[in-house]
Write a protein that binds this ligand. Structure first.
Ligand code: FES
Ligand SMILES: [Fe+2]
Length: 371
């Protein structure tokens, strides 16, 4: 039985993968000409919007002597460090001014850069691309470029509603993610009289298949375990409803439910904040019930309930994890968790060797469990 490596025993770059987009902050919390502090993968960031409203992300550390930049002066274009007044362009981090230089001192100010990260706004969130760490000797490194745009929720019609919720959890990214994909905790953690009880446990059988960087629970007529599914049943026959759930590295779970012209789509991420803390962000889009005033609220209520139950569970789990216990993963219920760890290892191996990533699944697989 493979053992689970606790974050305390892992190096940060094995625990938290660089070279990916991460959700940083909900877009509505960051206003024009304002600065906002955030942490991703133990990197302190200052996130803001310029005077046009375009978001940016800088490392919250002045390349001169390390002063946090978030308390600096920001004029909507350049950010001034509060210590010696160096000024940086917020979009690429390039130094614009060093006030202490005299007119005959010819230091090339524009060769200096504050750390700067590609930044995009997508589906109500500001996403930040965390590149692989560059060579040491920072201060002169130009910002990295993201190879792809930030991930997007799949939408199947022009008009739709969008909502998000988030929760912070005092566990490592690994525990956050395997908790998210774990099918066996449902009847114990997500009990409610209006939902299900532990007496509703029954045997399940699901088909999975490999997809690039992840795996898919194949399109199927769902069992009754998902909240939007229960609501969709009011609109369509059970057998016209199909749902697909994907997980892809580093941290993305997407769920798509379609019933004729109606659809519900969500993109959930678990974001590493520090090695012992992560944050779950669920963003959902849907085109059903748009015109029924209270249903979006109800949907959000159901989701919030779930997320809160998971958060509380992981808070308790964190107590147990403090003492560095030995852990285990069992078949089949923990197989998705095993795939996650194998995918991560395969990804790191391919980065190390430069060879194509070898997918840990050699083909479709059927898993069985009771939940
Ligand atoms: S520490 Fe920022 S200007 Fe000196
Ligand atoms: Fe859960």
């Amino acid at each position: 039985m493979p053992e689970l490596d606790l974050p305390q025993r892992q190096t940060t770059d094995r625990l938290m993968l660089t070279g990916f987009w991460y959700r940083a902050v909900p877009a509505d919390r960051v206003h024009r000409n304002q600065l906002h502090k955030a942490t991703l993968l133990e990197i302190p960031l200052v996130i803001g919007r310029d005077r046009e409203g375009r978001p940016f992300a800088l490392r919250d550390t002045c390349p001169h002597r390390g002063m946090p930049l978030n308390s600096g002066k920001f004029d909507g274009e350049n950010l001034e460090c509060p210590y010696h007044g160096w000024q940086f362009d917020v979009h690429n981090g390039q130094c614009q001014l060093i006030p202490s230089l005299t007119s005959d001192q010819t230091m090339k100010v524009d060769r200096i850069y504050a750390g700067s990260y590609p930044c995009e706004e997508q589906d109500n969130f500001i996403w930040v691309y965390i590149a692989d760490p560059g060579p040491q000797g920072a201060g002169f490194a130009k910002p990295a470029e993201a190879p792809d745009p930030a991930p997007q929720i799949e939408k199947f019609s022009e008009k739709y509603k969008l909502a998000y919720l988030q929760a912070e959890m005092p566990v490592s990214i690994d525990h956050g993610i395997i908790g998210l994909m774990d099918p066996a905790h449902g009847p114990f953690v997500h009990q409610a009289w209006w939902w299900r009880t532990r007496h509703s446990i029954h045997e399940k059988r699901k088909n999975f298949e490999p997809i690039p960087n992840g795996f898919r629970m194949a399109a199927h007529t769902p069992s009754s375990n998902s909240a939007p599914y229960k609501l969709l049943r009011l609109y369509a026959d059970a057998d016209s409803i199909s749902t697909t759930i994907d997980f892809v590295l580093p941290n993305i779970r997407t769920e798509t439910i379609r019933a004729g012209k109606y659809w519900f789509s969500s993109l959930t991420t678990v974001t590493p904040i520090t090695r012992t803390h992560c944050r779950i962000d669920v963003v959902a889009a849907w085109n059903l019930f748009r015109w029924v005033p209270f249903v979006p609220g109800l949907l959000k209520f159901v989701f919030a309930k779930f997320v809160e139950q998971d958060r509380r569970t992981m808070e308790m789990q964190a107590e147990g994890l403090k003492h560095n216990p030995h852990l285990m993963l069992i078949d089949d219920a923990d197989r998705p968790a095993k795939w996650y760890f194998q995918l991560k290892a395969a990804h790191l191996e391919s980065k190390r060797t430069g060879r194509e990533m070898k997918h840990p699944m050699d083909g479709p697989a059927t898993l069985k469990w009771r939940s």
